[in-house]
Design a protein. Structure first.
Length: 135
Protein backbone atom coordinates (compact mmCIF):
# COMPACT_ATOMS: atom_id res chain seq x y z
CA UNK A 1 0.00 0.00 0.00
CA UNK A 2 1.29 3.40 -0.97
CA UNK A 3 1.06 5.91 1.91
CA UNK A 4 2.34 8.96 0.06
CA UNK A 5 -1.15 10.47 0.12
CA UNK A 6 -1.74 9.99 3.82
CA UNK A 7 1.40 11.76 4.98
CA UNK A 8 0.57 15.07 3.27
CA UNK A 9 -3.21 15.22 3.58
CA UNK A 10 -3.41 16.85 6.99
CA UNK A 11 -1.01 19.61 6.04
CA UNK A 12 -2.69 20.20 2.68
CA UNK A 13 -6.11 20.40 4.31
CA UNK A 14 -4.82 22.63 7.10
CA UNK A 15 -3.19 25.00 4.62
CA UNK A 16 -6.42 25.05 2.59
CA UNK A 17 -8.52 25.92 5.63
CA UNK A 18 -6.05 28.60 6.72
CA UNK A 19 -5.97 30.21 3.28
CA UNK A 20 -9.77 29.98 3.07
CA UNK A 21 -10.12 31.89 6.34
CA UNK A 22 -7.72 34.60 5.15
CA UNK A 23 -9.52 34.84 1.79
CA UNK A 24 -12.92 35.09 3.52
CA UNK A 25 -11.78 37.86 5.85
CA UNK A 26 -10.23 39.77 2.95
CA UNK A 27 -13.33 39.51 0.75
CA UNK A 28 -15.69 40.31 3.64
CA UNK A 29 -13.75 43.46 4.60
CA UNK A 30 -13.38 44.60 0.99
CA UNK A 31 -17.11 44.08 0.40
CA UNK A 32 -18.00 45.94 3.60
CA UNK A 33 -16.15 49.01 2.35
CA UNK A 34 -17.74 48.74 -1.11
CA UNK A 35 -14.55 47.71 -2.91
CA UNK A 36 -15.91 44.54 -4.56
CA UNK A 37 -17.99 45.49 -7.59
CA UNK A 38 -19.94 42.75 -9.32
CA UNK A 39 -20.34 40.62 -6.22
CA UNK A 40 -23.57 39.10 -7.55
CA UNK A 41 -21.72 37.77 -10.59
CA UNK A 42 -18.98 36.42 -8.36
CA UNK A 43 -21.56 34.58 -6.24
CA UNK A 44 -23.11 33.05 -9.37
CA UNK A 45 -19.62 31.90 -10.39
CA UNK A 46 -19.09 30.43 -6.91
CA UNK A 47 -22.33 28.49 -7.31
CA UNK A 48 -21.12 27.17 -10.67
CA UNK A 49 -17.74 26.17 -9.23
CA UNK A 50 -19.48 24.30 -6.41
CA UNK A 51 -21.70 22.47 -8.89
CA UNK A 52 -18.67 21.57 -11.01
CA UNK A 53 -16.78 20.33 -7.94
CA UNK A 54 -19.81 18.24 -6.94
CA UNK A 55 -19.87 16.60 -10.37
CA UNK A 56 -16.10 15.95 -10.34
CA UNK A 57 -16.31 14.47 -6.85
CA UNK A 58 -19.30 12.31 -7.71
CA UNK A 59 -17.65 10.97 -10.88
CA UNK A 60 -14.39 10.21 -9.05
CA UNK A 61 -16.15 8.42 -6.21
CA UNK A 62 -18.05 6.21 -8.66
CA UNK A 63 -15.22 5.67 -11.11
CA UNK A 64 -12.09 4.97 -9.05
CA UNK A 65 -11.42 1.33 -8.32
CA UNK A 66 -7.75 1.86 -7.46
CA UNK A 67 -7.14 1.59 -3.71
CA UNK A 68 -4.60 4.43 -3.66
CA UNK A 69 -7.04 6.79 -5.37
CA UNK A 70 -9.81 5.61 -3.08
CA UNK A 71 -7.69 6.64 -0.08
CA UNK A 72 -7.35 10.12 -1.62
CA UNK A 73 -11.12 10.30 -1.98
CA UNK A 74 -11.58 9.24 1.63
CA UNK A 75 -9.06 11.82 2.87
CA UNK A 76 -10.62 14.79 1.07
CA UNK A 77 -14.28 13.81 0.72
CA UNK A 78 -15.35 15.40 4.02
CA UNK A 79 -13.76 18.76 3.19
CA UNK A 80 -15.13 18.69 -0.34
CA UNK A 81 -18.66 17.93 0.79
CA UNK A 82 -18.57 20.60 3.50
CA UNK A 83 -17.24 23.13 1.01
CA UNK A 84 -19.70 22.21 -1.74
CA UNK A 85 -22.78 22.21 0.49
CA UNK A 86 -21.64 25.36 2.32
CA UNK A 87 -21.00 27.20 -0.95
CA UNK A 88 -24.36 26.22 -2.41
CA UNK A 89 -26.33 27.15 0.71
CA UNK A 90 -24.58 30.45 1.40
CA UNK A 91 -24.62 31.43 -2.28
CA UNK A 92 -28.37 30.81 -2.53
CA UNK A 93 -28.96 32.85 0.62
CA UNK A 94 -26.70 35.66 -0.67
CA UNK A 95 -28.49 35.73 -4.03
CA UNK A 96 -31.88 35.91 -2.31
CA UNK A 97 -31.16 39.17 -0.50
CA UNK A 98 -29.95 42.57 -1.72
CA UNK A 99 -26.18 42.75 -1.29
CA UNK A 100 -25.65 46.20 0.16
CA UNK A 101 -22.16 47.20 1.36
CA UNK A 102 -21.64 48.74 4.82
CA UNK A 103 -23.94 46.18 6.51
CA UNK A 104 -22.00 43.86 8.78
CA UNK A 105 -24.25 40.79 8.49
CA UNK A 106 -24.21 40.92 4.69
CA UNK A 107 -20.42 41.32 4.71
CA UNK A 108 -20.21 38.23 6.95
CA UNK A 109 -22.45 36.33 4.53
CA UNK A 110 -20.27 37.33 1.57
CA UNK A 111 -17.22 36.27 3.60
CA UNK A 112 -18.84 32.88 4.26
CA UNK A 113 -19.45 32.39 0.54
CA UNK A 114 -15.79 33.25 -0.08
CA UNK A 115 -14.65 30.87 2.68
CA UNK A 116 -16.60 27.91 1.35
CA UNK A 117 -15.57 28.65 -2.24
CA UNK A 118 -11.90 28.77 -1.28
CA UNK A 119 -12.37 25.56 0.72
CA UNK A 120 -13.86 23.80 -2.31
CA UNK A 121 -11.03 24.94 -4.54
CA UNK A 122 -8.29 24.04 -2.05
CA UNK A 123 -9.76 20.60 -1.29
CA UNK A 124 -10.18 19.89 -5.00
CA UNK A 125 -6.55 20.87 -5.62
CA UNK A 126 -5.38 18.70 -2.71
CA UNK A 127 -7.43 15.79 -4.04
CA UNK A 128 -6.02 16.14 -7.55
CA UNK A 129 -2.46 16.44 -6.24
CA UNK A 130 -2.98 13.32 -4.15
CA UNK A 131 -4.52 11.43 -7.05
CA UNK A 132 -1.77 12.44 -9.47
CA UNK A 133 0.91 11.55 -6.94
CA UNK A 134 -0.40 7.99 -6.63
CA UNK A 135 -0.27 7.11 -10.34
Amino acid sequence: MNNRCCCCCISCTAVGIFLSIIFAILIGVLFFFGLVPGITTAIWIALGVAAFAAIVTFVNVLQDRNYDHRSCICEFLRGLIVGIVGTIITAIIALAIPLIPFIVLIAILVGLVAFFLALVISQLVCFLLCKCGND
